[in-house]
Design a protein around this ligand. Structure first.
Ligand code: MG
Ligand code: ZN
Length: 224
């Protein structure tokens, strides 16, 4: 049986142009966000990854270790729920919840609105937790200084090669839930290889975020 592949064609030209203008507009807004953050001397880090990969757990673990040294806020994108924000608030860290409704990613204009809700002069660090999604967040830079992608062993052996765009601009890739590698029969070194083949510059950290393993390496990779 032959392979049948459907690709974008001429008929979708207009859609593509519209999409390009949305992406360009987002880029300009992201640059503006960066200028605002730089003016206040704030470092922003955005965290992307699938639902359940461990983004919130990672942010909470980092906050636990850094909250006495830095003034931290978390901007949290979610379709509708505030489960994660509630967990973050328990750590005594400021949190702004952005409900994206049907949108499957955060964009720079939502971050701008969130920044307006924070007292920027009293902050050193902002973590941005993107909506759980390994596809479009890659196309929407937010103005952050570093991008972390979290994947977990439970996503299986092909999660990197199936989502190459997600890893291209990542500064740090966390391979989470390493304790499940044997049970899941996932070779984490192969995941590392896949990441390196897409983005040789990324820092790759193997972690068990829930247990605090690997968190110090991630903090080190963030220069914090
Ligand atoms: Mg979360
Ligand atoms: Zn999206």
């Amino acid at each position: 049986m032959s392979k049948i592949i459907v690709t974008e064609d001429e008929g979708e030209r207009l859609d593509i142009e519209l999409e390009e203008s949305i992406i360009r507009r987002n880029m300009l807004l992201a640059e503006e966000n960066r200028r605002i953050l730089d003016n206040y001397g704030i470092k922003a880090i955005d965290v992307m990854g699938a639902t359940g990969s461990g983004k919130t757990t990672l942010i909470i673990q980092i906050c636990k270790r850094l909250k006495d040294r830095y003034r931290i806020a978390v901007i949290k994108g979610d379709l509708t729920s505030s489960i994660d924000s509630d967990m973050i608030l328990k750590e005594g860290v400021k949190s702004v919840q952005v409900n994206t409704g049907r949108e499957c990613h955060l964009d720079a204009s939502q971050i701008r609105k969130a920044l307006e809700k924070l007292e920027l002069s009293s902050l050193d660090l902002i973590f941005i937790e993107n909506v759980g999604n390994l596809i479009c967040p890659a196309e929407f830079p937010l103005g952050s200084h570093k991008r972390i992608v979290v994947i977990s062993i439970t996503e299986g052996p092909y999660t990197v090669i199936k989502h190459p765009f997600m890893f291209m601009d990542a500064d740090i890739v966390v391979i989470n839930k390493m304790d499940l590698a044997e049970a899941m029969k996932v070779d984490s070194d192969k995941l590392v290889q896949d990441i390196r083949s897409i983005n040789p510059r990324a820092n790759v950290v193997k972690a068990i975020c829930r247990d605090g393993i690997g968190i110090d390496d991630i903090i080190h990779a963030l220069n914090l």
